[in-house]
Design a protein around this ligand. Structure first.
Ligand SMILES: [Zn+2]
Length: 449
């Protein structure tokens, strides 16, 4: 297939914006990029997909999300509003994840798949919790991923907060699913696995070691790190160590591990993250919503920590996350010079692509280049000023909206064309979730302490 009449944003390094070029896709990968007339002459029989003057670029990558949070939208928290992050966990997320049945896990994954396709997110790294439906939950999500056609990295969050049996079940679910992905292609090879853990503050030393021992060779860990100060104080009280030191002691850091948030890490913890090559993900909307603080992003980037950008279960609208990442640092530091747009690009584009690519080593992700996976979106954006590779981060921050995404392809297959989701029945999925929601909310309310 040849994609014609698009303006290509390649997101190579350095980035290029190409007019008059076309993309030739063979099977699941980009085979050639070249001047349109040449490509058409070389492949006269190829099927054509007309981008109609839209921007054609790699799909967005979400470095950290929670599909299971879908039912939280519009849900009321009974009683007094949570006053801090530990109360948000106790009054919102923990009773909500306990309320989920297997059917709810499926429905929330489906809702989030539609959301991803609509907003041009083609690869998502998920972190799942459903303590009353643990066994097989990652298969249920993988089925949704398979039907949707997106690419996803899945894990189950191990925690001690629901007792030792559920902690063991969480470990088993991670190991089972990791081994499954090694035995057979899951979701046609579009689902990969990592080992999920909740956060230091709900994990004992014994469980940290049990996860380390259970994790198959070559697997890293995906967990929340120092999201609020409570995580640091809990770790100090439990072990005399700060969170990152504690994780390091238990062998959980490294170039395959993802430390989510890292809002309250101190200088030594940050250097430990850098030395170990651990990934950090930044979710500014979530940090703002939870009132947990602001990451020292620029320092972490300068230390060489590969900081990525995620959504933490907010809608898979990555350009929204760009905007918050950009604006939050400026107001926090009372300085409009902070957080250069190119730093946001570094995180959201180059770092996210490397992180996602580490789970799908068969071909590059997040770039339009020969040999890369054909994970591509069309963006119906017609700027009134010149758009160049140099000013693209600011065109995105001030001009792009996810509603401008009209077409989403993963592995060369169209998941949405002209704003019509093709792989899933969006209306039925939305209606089904709306039917389930009242029962989820009722179970949730009974579980709120
Ligand atoms: Zn999270």
């Amino acid at each position: 297939m040849i994609i014609i009449n698009g303006k290509l944003i390649t997101w190579e390094k350095p980035n290029r914006v190409l007019d008059g070029y076309a993309l030739y896709i063979q099977d699941e990968k980009i085979a050639e990029i070249g001047p349109q007339a040449e490509l058409l002459a070389r492949h006269p029989q190829a099927e054509r997909m007309d981008a109609g003057g839209q921007y054609v670029m790699p799909g967005s990558i979400v470095a950290h999300t929670h599909f299971y949070g879908a039912f939280a939208r519009g849900m009321a928290i009974p009683g007094a509003s949570p006053k801090d992050f530990p109360e948000i966990l106790q009054k919102l997320w923990w009773p909500l994840d306990k309320a989920l049945t297997e059917a709810d896990v499926r429905a929330s994954a489906e809702v989030m798949m539609v959301d991803a396709i609509r907003h041009g997110a083609t690869t998502l790294i998920d972190h799942h919790a459903s303590p009353n439906a643990i066994d097989g939950s990652l298969d249920v999500i993988a089925e949704a991923v398979e039907r949707a056609g997106v690419r996803a990295v899945l894990c189950y969050e191990v925690t001690d907060r629901d007792g030792p049996e559920k902690a063991q079940a969480g470990i088993r679910e991670n190991v089972r699913f990791i081994e499954r992905t090694r035995r057979e292609p899951v979701a046609e090879g579009r689902a990969a696995a990592t080992f999920g853990m909740h956060a230091s503050l709900t994990l004992s030393d014994a469980t940290l070691d049990a996860c380390r021992e259970a994790a198959p060779e070559g697997i890293g860990f995906h967990l929340h790190v120092a999201e609020s100060m409570a995580d640091e104080y809990d770790s100090l009280a439990k072990s005399g160590l700060r969170v990152v030191d504690r994780l390091n002691k238990h062998g959980l850091l490294g170039p395959r591990s993802i430390a989510v948030h890292a809002v309250h890490v101190d200088a030594r913890e940050a250097s430990l993250l850098a030395e170990s090559g651990t990934w950090v993900t930044h979710q500014p909307r979530s940090n703002m919503n939870n009132g947990v603080g602001v990451s020292a992003l620029e320092s972490m980037l300068r230390l060489g920590i590969p900081v990525c950008l995620g959504t933490d279960g907010f809608s898979s609208t990555m350009w929204e996350e760009w905007k918050f990442a950009y604006l939050l640092q400026k107001v926090w530091h009372l300085d409009p010079r902070r957080m250069n747009g190119m730093d946001v690009e570094q995180m959201a584009i180059y770092n996210n692509a490397r992180l996602a690519g580490s789970f799908f080593p068969q071909a590059p992700l997040g770039v339009l280049a020969p040999g890369a996976f054909a994970d591509i979106i069309f963006v119906d954006y017609h700027p009134h000023t010149p758009l160049t590779a140099g000013n693209l981060p600011w065109q995105i921050i001030f001009g792009f909206h996810e509603s401008m995404v009209t077409t989403t392809l993963v592995s060369g297959k169209a998941l949405m064309r002209d704003r019509k989701v093709l792989t899933l029945d969006e209306e039925a999925i939305t209606a089904h979730a709306r039917e389930l929601a009242p029962a989820v909310w009722m179970r949730y309310e009974k579980l709120v302490p």
